[in-house]
Write a protein that binds this ligand. Structure first.
Ligand code: NAD
Ligand code: WQD
Length: 355
């Protein structure tokens, strides 16, 4: 069934890594995107570039620099525009930082979501897609993880995801007019094939591929490999890496379900590829794509890391009619394209994005 092409989607955190790629796919898919972001971990340049790639559809893009905890500002946006659904990406995501400063995470991730949901309810907007995370599976005894696996919080960050998931289930049970899709992402990597938008972490990169990318462009000297004594083929940790454009498309599929299926309820889906790749396999694929040697320093295991984590994608394939298309080679190729064109991300060597 074709969608009404004028649906307006409010995208929180739409200037960020996954958000910017999703906003682009929304515009290209004929939606209107209203981005709300406080630019805490992103740059307005990402939004400008999304508009550039979107061409004529850029007229359907609006940006508000607003913190989600600012209820008054949110109310104003909902009063001035009829919002058909919300995709909620905004949040802080550094696991280690959440252990050091849990209140920051409860305030920024939980309070902002509470505020958003209150404003949505008061304006009768009851359609939501939320960014959850595979972190809620902890260190499972078996893989692939299915959506029914037991859930566990390994950090305050993970606990905010679990609590928000539970809050969404409670809201739906109290009021079945809500349609909510909780998406548990595995490890998003890569960039839009244009090389104009990509991941640009502030400060020290916590995740594998942003670090590899910064080594490749000469911003860091070597990659520290956290453990080579796991029970995996080469001893390094295994994860389910997914191309960020595939992930973005997963949100469009989720929205379609919400708009087309009145019985959506509150459902959870894994977004991954269903395949595991080790740290050394990722490094080798990136070296091949970039032609750059990535010097390695082997170190001990990172506390809290699981050995092997990948997800089952069967439920998303069946019910969202979505399946990841891109390979590890594509992810590395596109990540290198972005990195080589933008070695300092959206910033410059002197800007705050470069530390
Ligand atoms: P990101 O940091 O690039 O994007 C998040 C955006 O939210 C940023 O632009 C930031 O400025 C904004 N933001 C943060 N707090 C805000 C607030 N209070 N008000 C308004 N804007 C605010 O991160 P990302 O990788 O794009 O992640 C998006 C979402 O996906 C997050 O909720 C994250 O927890 C979740 N997630 C990410 C990963 C990953 O590995 N990248 C994996 C699983 C889940
Ligand atoms: C991947 C692999 C590391 C960096 C994290 C969050 C999770 C989710 C996704 C938000 C592991 C190894 C890494 C480095 C390394 N985010 N590694 N050297 O840990 O699977 O998941 O991001 O929800 O919640 O925990 O991703 O990219 O940090 O690590 O050897 O410098 O790379 O040990 O095996 P992770 P990652």
């Amino acid at each position: 069934m074709p969608l009404d092409m004028a649906k307006s989607i409010l995208v929180t955190g739409g200037a960020g890594y996954i958000g910017s790629h999703t906003v682009l796919q929304l515009l290209l898919g004929g939606f209107r995107a209203i981005v709300v972001d406080n630019l805490d971990n992103s740059s307005e340049e990402a939004i400008r570039r999304v508009g550039e790639i979107a061409g004529e559809s850029r007229e359907n893009l609006t940006f508000y620099k607003v913190d989600l905890r600012d209820k008054g500002a949110l109310n104003k946006i909902f009063s001035s525009t009829k919002i058909d659904a919300v995709i909620h990406f905004a949040g802080l995501k550094a696991v280690g930082e959440s252990v050091q400063n849990p209140l920051l995470y409860y305030d920024n991730n939980f309070v902002s979501t509470l505020t958003l949901l209150e404003v949505m309810a008061s304006h009768g907007c009851k359609k939501l897609v939320f960014s959850s995370s595979a972190t809620v599976y902890g260190s499972p005894k078996v893989v692939p993880c299915t959506e029914e696996f037991p859930l566990v919080a390994m950090s305050p960050y993970g606990r905010t995801k679990l609590v928000i998931e539970e809050m969404c289930r409670d809201i739906y049970h109290a009021d079945s007019e809500w349609s909510i899709i909780l998406l548990r992402y595995f490890n998003p990597v890569g960039a839009h094939p244009s090389g104009h938008i990509g991941e640009d972490p502030r400060g020290y990169p916590n995740n594998l591929m942003p670090f590899v990318q910064q080594v490749a462009v000469g911003r860091r000297s070597a990659l520290t490999v956290f453990g080579n004594d796991y029970s995996t083929t080469d001893g390094t940790g295994v994860r389910d890496y997914i191309h960020v454009v595939d992930l973005a498309d997963g949100h469009i599929s989720a929205l379609r379900k919400i708009f087309e299926d009145a019985e959506t309820g509150c459902e959870v889906y894994n977004l991954g590829t269903g395949k595991g790749t080790s740290v050394l396999e990722m490094v080798a694929a990136f070296e091949k794509a970039s032609g750059k040697k990535i010097p390695l320093v082997i170190a001990g295991r990172r506390p809290g890391d699981s050995e092997i984590l990948y997800g089952s994608t069967i439920k998303a394939e069946k019910e969202l009619k979505w399946k990841a298309k891109y390979t590890i080679e594509d992810m590395c190729q596109d990540q290198w394209n972005w990195a080589s064109k933008n070695p300092y991300g959206y910033g410059s060597p002197g800007s705050t994005n470069y530390k």
